[in-house]
Design a protein around this ligand. Structure first.
Ligand SMILES: Cc1ncc(COP(=O)(O)O)c(C=O)c1O
Length: 355
């Protein structure tokens, strides 16, 4: 019943907006986690003008190749065993290499199998080589027959979404010092850096969220950056109820009617990926009008206070949970979450359809 409609023209629009901001840098479209819930293969097809795609898992790359996607595909975390290495070689994936173990694994790769991005940990302390080890790691990689062309340089910024975050300048300086004068391409910028850190654009930018039309910046929405939300999440009213003042609604009876109330029960809940943690000020759209939720979100349903709708709400009416008229960023804020979580959190039960 719940469905997510993906506006493929919005995806293409957002890619054009990203290109305009990228100032000539090539665009590696990040489509991991089922393209942030939007559908991996349909999104890659819609973004056919991207210069490359980036995924987190080998299986995601395989799904793209099997669907006939021909652009370079970068495995953001690389490969972890011989089977993955062989699959990556057979399907022409580019690799991020971030550990000494991964360099060892590449010793057995067939000649010229891989374009390699060496990931440098410039301060996020998640993945990557210590800057002091970059020269040795590059030399080790350059000596391997399995590595094709120069070794390329890659890092990830921890705080680009906060313009005043001191870490960004330190990370940029660290990356610059670790890679100065070295051959190969460079890539640092995620969506937030595309918006906030023009000095990080380098050879390749790696946007995810912006392509889907949402903003990584707190308090902002995609439209503020000229973007169009690609996903509309919808469901239907499956029951209408009239309750008296004082009646309690939902688990724990946490919501109490303060007036004669008309409830619309919509068939969507946390089992579909709508966040249970939304606070009282969360809203949905019914007939284009923002209406508040009543009580806790259940697994399969939620209740809407539809008292003010005239004519009265009816079974079968469509409810929008987020979309261009109700930004996912707003829903995420009401849930104490970030838009990434909500988009990626769409469950298997939700039919994702392009248009
Ligand atoms: C290494 C790397 N680059 C780029 C991105 C894209 O991030 P965003 O969606 O914020 O643009 C991600 C996503 O988490 C990532 O892990």
């Amino acid at each position: 019943m719940a469905s997510a409609t993906i506006d493929t023209s919005a995806l293409r629009h957002n890619l054009r907006q990203v290109r305009a901001r990228a100032q000539g840098s090539r665009v590696m479209a990040v489509v991991k986690a089922n393209a942030y819930g939007h559908g991996l293969v349909p999104v890659a097809r819609a973004l056919a003008r991207a210069d490359a795609f980036a995924v987190a898992r080998v299986e995601e790359g395989l799904a793209l190749r099997r669907a006939g996607i021909e652009q370079p595909i970068v495995l953001l975390e690389g490969v972890f065993d011989a089977e993955q290495r062989e699959a990556a070689a057979a399907f022409r994936f580019d690799l991020v290499v971030h550990t000494a173990e991964q360099i060892e694994l590449l010793r057995a790769a067939a000649p010229a199998s891989f374009k390699v991005w060496l990931k440098i940990d410039t301060g996020m302390n998640r993945l990557g080589f210590d800057p002091a080890d970059v020269v040795a790691a590059r030399a080790a990689l350059a000596a391997l027959a399995g590595v094709r062309g120069p070794v390329h340089s890659f890092t990830h910024l921890a705080g680009a979404d906060e313009p005043a975050h001191g870490a960004t300048a330190a990370q940029l300086a660290c990356f610059d010092a670790a890679t100065r004068g070295l051959p190969g391409e460079r890539s640092l910028a995620n969506s937030a850096a595309l918006l906030n850190v023009p000095t990080a654009l380098a050879d390749w930018v790696r946007p995810g969220l912006l392509l889907y039309g949402a903003s990584p910046l707190r308090g902002a929405v995609g439209a503020d950056h000229g973007l169009r939300p690609a996903m509309t999440l919808r469901s239907q009213v499956i029951a209408v109820k009239r309750i008296a003042p004082g009646a309690r609604v939902g688990y724990g009876g946490a919501w109490v009617a303060s007036r004669p109330t008309t409830l619309a029960i919509a068939a969507i809940g946390y089992g579909d990926g709508y966040p249970r943690s939304v606070s009282g000020d969360a809203a949905v759209l019914l007939r284009g009008r923002r209406l508040p939720l009543a009580g806790r979100v259940s697994m399969d349903m939620l209740a809407i206070d539809a008292t003010d709708l005239d004519p009265a709400v009816r079974v079968g009416e469509s409810v929008v949970l987020w979309g261009p008229e109700l930004p996912v960023e707003t829903v995420a804020a009401a849930a104490g979450a970030i838009p990434y979580e909500l988009l990626c959190g769409i469950s298997q039960r939700v039919a994702v359809e392009g248009r």
